[in-house]
Write a protein that binds this ligand. Structure first.
Ligand code: AHR
Length: 510
């Protein structure tokens, strides 16, 4: 539905400021934007879990509930996190879940071979993770160990968390203090099976997947399993094709896709103080998500025209060099307005492909990669990415509105990408329109024609900052924060506003 016209030299536009025109069909919505598109990801990596979400039951410095930080829980509740993926990533295929249950003093340690070679003491395990999910009101998404585990281990895990009672595993759960099952529906069958999950090829993994999926039982109707196959990286379309062809669709709820916005895996560039060239490259990489979804979906359509199998982008975000002086294996990076641009644009892309994309997980939640929260001892800050995710949460489970968009390009050294992206949805609060302008320097005059409904009121929020390199620090935690936006004027069903360079705006119209 979305039409992006590359209007570099459009003669009709004579204004100095760039132009974006949007037509919104407010009465033609038919697809729901699945709230799970707004999911998050927490891996046993660096300071995401330990010294991040979890500070330990005996911590006397940071306020916590059963070891989980209260300030983070509040921030995540405010965000309306629909689901949380755990324990990895690469770590998932090394994780032995049985080592993370029972009395903590009896839990064996392991070495986290993927991330810094640190000792993992298993003090944060299944009960602690599911407690976290209950505290923040998110659905758990458990990633099973296929690479170094066994079918029996994974079916035991499903049984342990979901069986109502009477099975050896559910009795063990009860002995460990949890009477009721958690009814976990979302299950990943391995992670990046083509790489850290076992270096398999697609044919081999399809067979392995079928073997695991066959024995993963939905124990009750409250816990009908949603099984997600380890998917392609980036443009590995052959991987998706093989999975869609080889795995019967009644045992396949979703196929994953991973795509990070990275300049060069060998030279990722800093998370702050980046050049315009580095910024432009990251924006190109973020835009690539649109093409990836279109092409993976086209393959899926061939085998599944009714779109029963979901595309789950369960890892996405910006990836840069770690902050100077931090452990290279911990992937700790700052988060600037550039990351807000990645988030705003990517969420618009997901929304506009909501017919096939029905889940996604930003990598990662706390202190790792494109984090929404950073911590330092007792201090905690919300990043620009957090603010975008919160502004956009109005789209969760709303009806997607078809949109036509014509925008001028953001040009850099002879290359061009569309400057403004947008998506819109409708729910009981009215019509919500999200706009992201990634242009480095130019503001855009935006005209939005709303057809199909009479509207009379507009309100809005904006996230912007003087420089694209700006970020929040522990000393200045609110340098970048959401502000009210009163610059949209509504007249006869036409909205007019100016979106500044590198800004995100979300409007509500009713
Ligand atoms: O998110 C960091 C890592 O990136 C994950 O562990 C892995 O799945 C991906 O390669």
């Amino acid at each position: 539905m979305k039409k992006i016209v590359l209007a570099l030299c459009c003669i009709a536009w004579t204004s100095l400021s760039a132009q974006t025109k949007i037509t919104l069909n407010t009465d033609l919505g038919k697809t729901q934007i699945n709230k799970h598109i707004y999911g998050h990801f927490a891996e046993h990596l660096g300071r995401c879990i330990y010294d991040g979400l979890y500070v330990g039951e005996n911590n006397t410095k940071v306020a916590h509930t059963r070891g989980i930080r209260n300030d983070i829980v509040q921030a995540l509740k405010d965000l309306k996190v629909p689901n949380l993926r755990w324990p990895g990533g690469c770590f998932a295929d090394a994780y032995q879940w049985k080592d993370g249950i029972g009395p903590k003093e009896n839990r064996p340690s392991m070495i986290n071979v993927w991330w810094g070679g640190v000792t993992e003491d298993n003090s944060f395990g299944t009960h602690e993770f599911l407690d976290l999910c209950e505290q923040i009101g998110a659905e758990p998404y458990l990633a099973g160990n296929v690479g170094s585990g066994t079918v029996q281990d994974l079916i035991d895990w499903v049984n342990y968390v979901n069986h109502p009672g009477g099975s050896p595993m559910s009795e063990l759960r009860k002995k460990n203090g949890r009477e009721k099952p958690w009814n976990v529906k979302m299950w990943g069958v391995g992670n990046e099976a083509w790489g850290c999950g076992g270096n398999m090829n697609a044919e081999y993994y399809s067979n392995i997947y079928k073997q695991y999926a066959t024995f993963m039982t939905s124990w009750t109707n409250d816990a009908k399993l949603f099984r997600i196959a380890s998917g392609a990286t980036d443009d590995d379309y052959a991987w998706t094709e093989t999975l869609m062809k080889n795995i019967p669709h009644n045992m396949l709820s979703g196929v994953a896709l991973h795509h990070y916005s990275v300049i060069d895996w060998n030279k990722k560039g800093p998370s702050t103080q980046f050049s315009e060239a580095q910024y432009f490259k990251i924006m190109q990489e973020a835009w690539k998500m649109d093409e990836l979804i279109v092409r993976h979906s086209t393959i899926m359509d061939k085998y599944d025209p009714e779109k029963k199998v979901a595309l789950i982008v369960d890892e996405w975000g910006g990836w840069y060099e770690v902050e100077p002086g931090t452990n290279p294996g911990f992937l700790y990076q700052q988060n600037t307005m550039r990351d807000a641009m990645i988030a705003g644009m990517t969420l618009n892309i997901f929304n506009n492909h909501a017919d096939r994309v029905r889940g996604a997980n930003l990598a990662q939640m706390v202190n790792v990669l494109q984090a929404i929260i950073l911590t330092e001892g007792e201090k905690m800050i919300l990043t620009p990415t957090y603010h975008v995710m919160k502004m956009y949460n109005v789209h969760q489970d709303a009806t997607l509105l078809p949109i036509q968009l014509e925008t001028q390009n953001y040009n850099f050294e002879g290359k061009s990408i569309p400057a403004v992206s947008a998506s819109a949805s409708k729910n009981e609060s009215g019509i919500n329109i999200s706009l992201t302008n990634i242009d480095y320097t130019k503001s855009h005059e935006v005209t939005i024609s709303l057809r199909g409904e009479n509207v009379s009121k507009v309100s809005g929020q904006i996230l912007t900052s003087g420089s694209i390199q700006d970020y929040n620090t522990f000393e200045q935690p609110e340098k970048i924060k959401v502000k009210e936006f009163t610059g949209a004027k509504l007249n006869n069903g036409v909205l007019k506003l100016t979106i500044p360079a590198h800004s995100v705006i979300v409007l509500n119209v009713k």
